[in-house]
Design a protein. Structure first.
Ligand SMILES: C[S@@+](CC[C@H](N)C(=O)[O-])C[C@H]1O[C@@H](n2cnc3c(N)ncnc32)[C@H](O)[C@@H]1O
Length: 313
């Protein structure tokens, strides 16, 4: 069925009403192209002098972008790479300041549903989980090599898994007989470790798969990097929109935004400001924007989404 874009109208409205784009010109960056749903809507909703630059680290993005090249060239560009390298990617494309940046983080349904990519415990496939299979090591290498302390830290820190220690120990015990090479083999072990009465509506392997995916792709490191470089690249009046899907990401986004929105940091006992610090951004919608019930009913994957947005001062 493909990927249904989440909070589409809300994010596009926020980006196209940034100062320069509303005037009909500028550069918008969609740093998580995926299936191109947001890029397409940005192109359709902005003027002829607005360039939309999409980025994705997944090698399949190029094929998915073809219809947009056909319809919108020369207003549309796709850059292949990790958004953590935003500065280098923009420099190489000859772009300096930008007028909007969108991050719709996580996985696309294309990636999740393709068993060969190893993201899903529902379909069997190689235990890989790399968004860019030419970079880094597959999840199987981590699962079959790391010691139990490292594994339990990954499961706890990136998956908030209550059985992190027990699952990590069991993996280390079992893998000496037969390494974990497939998604199904790992999912079955997790199923055995989580007692049925402790299970929620989610599959017991959800947290473990999330944790490994975040670790293998250094998702939180890349997010921190792109938030910081992205803020530095935004022109006055430009907006940065982030859609995240779990609390670890959302916490990081909130932290970076709050820091960038801070003015004077002099201690309260200092009568006149001496730090001279000015806020870099204004936080719009401080409580975040969540999908309406209608969107969740049509696209249950949107259930956990939270959109945060800042405007550059
Ligand atoms: C949720 S999907 C985006 C869906 C897209 N907004 C749409 O409507 O089709 C997230 C995409 O971001 C990409 N991605 C995640 N982390 C990335 C990173 N660090 N650098 C570049 N792309 C990344 C993934 O490969 C995936 O295609």
């Amino acid at each position: 069925m493909g990927h249904v874009p989440v909070l589409l109208q809300e994010s596009v409205d926020l980006l196209v009403s940034g100062r320069r784009v509303a005037g009909g010109a500028g550069v918008l960056v969609d740093a998580t192209f995926g299936g191109g749903g947001h890029s397409r809507a940005l192109l359709e909703s902005s003027g002829d002098r607005v360039l939309v630059v999409a980025i994705d680290r997944d090698p399949d993005a190029g094929a998915r972008a073809q219809p947009l090249f056909q319809r919108f060239a020369p207003r549309f560009k796709l850059l292949r790479g990790n958004f953590a390298d935003l500065s280098r990617l923009l420099d190489a494309a000859g772009i300096d300041k930008i007028d909007g940046l969108l991050l719709d983080i996580g996985l696309s349904s294309f990636q999740l549903e393709d068993g060969e990519r190893g993201f899903s415990f529902q379909t069997d496939g190689p235990l890989d989980m790399r968004m860019d299979p030419s970079c880094g090591e597959p999840a199987a290498a981590v699962v079959n090599r790391a010691d139990d302390k490292t594994l339990s830290r990954i499961f706890r820190d990136f998956g908030e898994e209550p059985y992190a220690v027990a699952i990590a120990k069991k993996i280390v015990e079992k893998r000496s007989g037969k390494p974990f090479l497939t998604t199904r083999s790992l999912a079955l072990l997790v199923e055995e470790m989580v007692p049925p009465y402790k299970r929620s509506h989610r599959h017991p392997a959800t947290r473990i798969f999330q944790a490994l995916r975040i670790y293998v792709n250094d998702e939180l490191g890349a997010l921190r990097e792109v938030l910081e470089t992205g803020l530095a690249r935004l022109d006055h009046g430009a907006r940065l929109v982030v859609i995240s899907y779990h609390s670890l990401e959302d916490r990081l986004v909130k932290q970076v935004f709050r820091q960038a929105g801070k003015g004077c940091i002099c201690p309260p006992r200092v009568p006149v400001c001496t730090c001279g610090r000015q806020p870099q951004v204004r936080i719009l919608h401080p409580g975040g924007i969540r999908p309406q019930a209608g969107e969740i009913a049509l696209n249950p994957r949107s259930r956990s989404a939270c959109l945060r947005v800042v405007e550059c001062l």
